[in-house]
Write a protein that binds this ligand. Structure first.
Ligand code: NAP
Length: 281
């Protein structure tokens, strides 16, 4: 029951109605006997600073930050973790020694899912990251820091993909990074061990395949960040051609678990979190 002692946690995004985070976190807070409540707030970009100051004033324990605020919020925190600096975006706010800190758990969530659920070690591999938006920044930075050898990048928005490449090069690692477009997407996919879809393409039934069907084979591991639908067209096609595949549900769970730890100093049961989100609990 909510009382005057109940701690407050929330997600700030625009839009935010679709978010599964309140359901997952409220269930797991209750499961762990923590007197806290997790809410969702739709905040327009022009109101982000006021909203973050509101969290400070109201004594919130923490927050998640989602699209489109992950980069803008960096200007309104007192401190950034090294992870948030490396990625260049924030998805988690927490309080440490009275300071409002920004962290990013998306990249770690992705790597845990890739390695634990997918059994894929990206070290010294060639990877193709499609999309250069907020999620891609976290995924691509972590893959680079995990020691991949070569990365292909693509996005419809060429300044955005150029900026991502610049950011990745600033991480001072030796991986070769190449931007591809048009006809060269198929070739990049052919050369890659791991293909990661960080675009929203595939959320709708009628969405196209960004890579030709004949390119996929048993040598590929295909990771789609989308988890709704559970199996996008790219995952279905890749699977049919013998590739290993994984959707974004594990990433969603593990990034949430890492944020939960920042706020509560307790490790949640990720199996229970999977069950909650699948509606089995
Ligand atoms: P975002 O910031 O909008 O980035 C998506 C990027 O993909 C944009 O730069 C967009 O370019 C580009 N794009 C769109 N269509 C493309 C195409 N046909 N070819 C190449 N690039 C294309 O979104 P985001 O926050 O990074 O999220 C991306 C996806 O990941 C979403 O489906 C989201 O639901 C999912 N996601 C999953 C998790 C998880 O935990 N599993 C976490 C975060 C995000 P334009 O700007 O030009 O359209």
């Amino acid at each position: 029951m909510i009382s005057a002692k109940t701690k407050l946690i929330c997600i700030l995004g625009h839009p935010v109605k679709h978010s599964k985070s309140p359901v997952i976190h409220n269930a797991i807070l209750e499961e762990n006997g923590i007197d806290a409540s997790y809410m969702a707030f739709d905040v327009e970009p022009k109101d982000l600073e006021k909203a973050v100051n509101g969290l400070r004033a109201l004594g919130f324990t923490g927050a998640n930050i989602t699209i489109p605020h992950k980069e803008a919020v960096m200007d309104y925190v007192d401190e950034l973790t090294d992870e948030a600096k490396n990625i260049g975006a924030v998805n988690t706010l927490f309080i440490k020694d009275g300071k409002l800190c920004g962290d990013n758990t998306d990249g770690r969530g992705f790597i845990i899912s890739l390695m634990k659920d997918g059994g894929f070690d990206p070290k010294e591999k060639t990877v193709f990251v499609m999309g250069a938006g907020g999620a891609s920044k976290a995924v691509a930075s972590k893959l680079i820091l995990e020691g991949i050898t070569k990365m292909y990048l693509c996005d419809l928005d060429s300044p955005k993909v150029e900026n991502l490449k610049k950011h990745l090069l600033s991480l001072d690692v030796s991986a070769d990074i190449e931007i591809v477009a048009g006809q060269n997407l198929d070739n990049a996919a052919r050369q890659s061990d791991l293909i990661v879809n960080c675009t929203p393409v595939g959320m709708k039934e009628e969405d196209p395949l960004l890579i030709s069907e004949e390119v996929f084979s048993e040598k590929h591991f295909v990771f789609d960040l989308i988890y709704n639908p559970e199996k996008t067209k790219i995952l279905k096609v890749a699977e049919k051609k013998g590739a290993k595949t994984l959707n974004g549900l594990g990433m969603l769970i593990y990034q949430g678990a890492l944020s939960f730890e920042k706020w509560t100093h307790q490790k949640p049961d990720t199996e229970k979190m999977f069950a909650i989100v699948k509606g089995e609990k």
